[in-house]
Design a protein around this ligand. Structure first.
Ligand code: GRG
Length: 297
C-alpha cells in the first residue's frame, strides 16, 4: 500500500508540475525577468502537499481530474506566492527555500514582491476558467473560498498575527488561532476546492470533510514546528532552527518535542476518524494525511 501511495503521489506531483509549467508565462515573454522569477519560484520544488490533498478530495468526490488539476494548481500558486513574500527581508528574511536561493536573493526585492503578486492573480485567473464545477454558482463559491482563505481572515491574517507575536508568550489557543489562519486556511481550501469540483458530496459530507481538513491543517503545522526544531537545513531545503533563533512561539516551544509529536498523532487520529463515514473512497486522503504527519522534510 505504501508503494501504491508513492506511485500515486509521484504521478499527481508530475501532473501538477506539467500543468503549472504550461500555464506560467514563458521566460521569453515580456517582462522576461518577472516571468523568469515566477517560474523559478514555482517549478521544480516543493512537496505539493496542497495539490495532493485537492487530488485526494477530488477522488473522494469522483470529480473530473481535468477540473481538479486546474483547481489544485490555483491553490499551489497561492502557496508559492506566500513563500516568496514570507522570505523577504520585511518578513522572515530568509535566503534558502526549496534547496535554492530565495526569490529576492536570486532576483531582487522588487521582483520578489511582483512575483508574489503575479502568482496570486494567476491563481485566480486559473480558478475562473470555464466549467471547473458542475454549476457556475459552485465555482463562485470556490473562488470566494480561495480568496477568503488567502486574505486577512485567512493566511495573510495569520501571518500578521505571527509577525506581531515574535518575542511574546502565546497560550496554546492563541497559537492554534494563528496557525488555523496562517497555514490551516489554505490547506482547508485545497481539500474543499478539490471536493467541490463535482457535486457528488452533499452538504453534511462537505462539512465532515471540512472538519477533516481543519485537523490536517493543524497537524501539518505541528509537524512543521517539530521539523524546524529537529531536522537539518540540508534535509529541509530551508533554514532549520529559525523559530528558536527568532524567538517565535511554536508547538515545540510551548509543549516540548514529546507532547508536540503526541499532538500531531492525535490530530491524525481525529482526521482519520472523521473520514470513517466515507469508507474506502477516502483512502487517498488518509494516505496524504499520513505522509504529512510522518514526513521528514
Ligand atoms: C506572506 C501573506 C503571506 C503569508 C505567508 C505560509 C506563510 C504565510 C508563510 C510560510 C512560512 C512558514 C514556514 C509557514 C509554516 C508552514 C508552511 C507553509 C511551510 C511550508 O510549506 P510546505 O512544507 O512547503 O508545504 P513546500 O516547499 O513543500 O511547498
Amino acid at each position: 500500500m505504501a508503494t501504491d501511495f508513492k506511485r500515486w503521489a509521484k504521478d499527481r506531483q508530475a501532473r501538477i508540475e506539467t500543468f503549472l509549467e504550461s500555464r506560467l508565462p514563458a521566460v521569453d515573454h515580456v517582462p522576461e525577468r518577472l516571468h523568469n522569477a515566477m517560474r523559478y519560484s514555482v517549478l521544480g520544488g516543493g512537496k505539493r502537499v496542497r495539490p495532493l490533498l485537492a487530488f485526494a478530495a477530488g477522488e473522494l468526490a469522483k470529480a473530473d481530474t481535468k477540473r481538479v488539476i486546474v483547481t489544485a494548481a490555483s491553490v499551489e500558486l497561492i502557496h508559492a506566492y506566500s513563500l516568496v513574500h514570507d522570505d523577504m527581508p520585511c518578513m522572515d528574511d530568509d535566503v534558502l527555500r526549496r534547496g535554492k536561493s530565495t526569490c529576492h536573493i536570486e532576483f531582487d526585492e522588487a521582483t520578489a514582491l511582483l512575483t508574489g503578486d503575479s502568482l496570486q492573480t494567476l491563481a485566480f485567473e486559473l480558478l475562473a476558467e470555464k466549467c471547473l464545477a458542475d454549476s457556475p454558482e459552485t465555482q463562485l463559491i470556490m473562488i470566494a473560498q480561495l480568496a477568503r482563505a488567502s486574505g486577512s481572515r485567512g493566511m495573510a491574517g495569520g501571518q500578521a498575527f505571527d509577525l506581531a507575536s515574535v518575542g511574546k508568550t502565546l497560550s496554546l489557543p492563541e497559537l492554534e488561532f494563528m496557525h488555523i489562519h496562517k497555514t490551516g486556511a489554505l490547506i482547508r481550501a485545497a481539500v474543499m476546492l478539490g471536493a467541490r469540483c463535482s457535486n457528488h458530496l452533499d452538504e453534511a459530507q462537505l462539512e465532515r470533510l471540512d472538519h477533516f481538513a481543519k485537523c490536517v491543517g493543524l497537524a501539518f503545522q505541528v509537524v512543521d514546528d517539530l521539523l524546524d526544531a529537529e531536522a537539518t537545513t540540508e534535509t529541509l531545503g530551508k533554514t532549520a532552527g529559525k523559530d528558536a533563533d527568532n524567538n517565535k512561539p511554536t508547538y515545540v516551544s510551548i509543549l516540548g518535542i514529546g507532547q508536540a509529536r503526541e499532538l500531531a498523532e492525535r490530530l491524525q487520529h481525529d482526521a482519520d476518524q472523521v473520514l470513517d463515514s466515507f469508507g474506502d473512497s477516502a483512502i487517498r486522503l488518509r494516505q496524504v494525511t499520513d505522509f504529512i504527519v510522518k514526513r521528514k522534510f
